[in-house]
Write a protein that binds this ligand. Sequence first.
Ligand code: PSU
Ligand code: MN
Length: 306
Amino acid sequence: MSIAIADEVKAALDNSSPVVALETTIVSHGMPWPTNMETALAVEDEIRDVGATPAAIAVLDGVIRVGLDRASLERLAQSDETLKLSRADLAHGVISGKPGATTVAATMIVAGRAGIRVFATGGIGGVHRGAEASFDISADITELAKTDVIVVAAGAKALLDLPKTLEMLETFGVPVVGYGTETFPAFWSRDSGLEAPIRLDSPEEIAAFARTRRDLALDGGVLVANPVPPEHEIPATEMADHIEAAHRDSMAAGVTGKAVTPFLLDAILKRTDGRSLATNVALVKNNARLAADIAIALASELDQAS
Ligand code: PSU
Ligand code: MN
């Protein structure tokens, strides 16, 4: 198989030590240079600080890699040619020989194959606004329905249609857990005004929940929705205008398909004078920290069982 696991990650997995998978589309398409690189490194530090091992995932030189060194991260962060690889593109990404960053969906697939149970990102993809006409629904949703990985995110990107995204997750049997909250977070904002279907308040509770799902042979993943820390949030009322305007820009520019999410994120960054980016960085770090704590709780459950 063309999956290469870095020595450090392999050693951790062999030891049943905590490992956290990381996606790379956020590096290649989600944030501008050099903030993308600084964030990628800061996120890894966040995970190491609590005693877990980070495993960023990407396709480089025709090989799916789990655990990236600095030079590899830098290639993804600096190249304009990096492919955005979701489930449909993963095999093509491998044979193309081009650098490819993995989305939430593709990262889940590879993490699952490698035996990594927890994954941290910014926000998952979901049902786009106007999906009733465009049919634009992220493959992240269907991946959560089938691949058993716990995904820690600040909800779904608020530029999506969040009520439809939650409906679709429910239809596909994906549990959505508000971490310490009754409300579903909206990425840059702590509160979308929508209810989080389940509330859990500690990494141990999340580990027990994941164990129970396994005991019941319920396949698929879990979305842990972790609100951005209050000091970094941009309230939803303030974001609403920027999101509307970004959508108008994307319609006017005729953007479709894979380009939609990166276009909207960039448009919002410009409209908020970079504030949205600072919030994005803060929430990704916050998610990495919680994912590491969940990975630690899962590892200690294993210890107790043996
Ligand atoms: N969240 C971010 N920035 C991003 C993404 C999510 O803060 O760049 C990426 C993720 O990789 C996610 C993808 O899987 O956007 C969804 O893209 P699409 O809507 O085309 O499926
Ligand atoms: Mn899409």
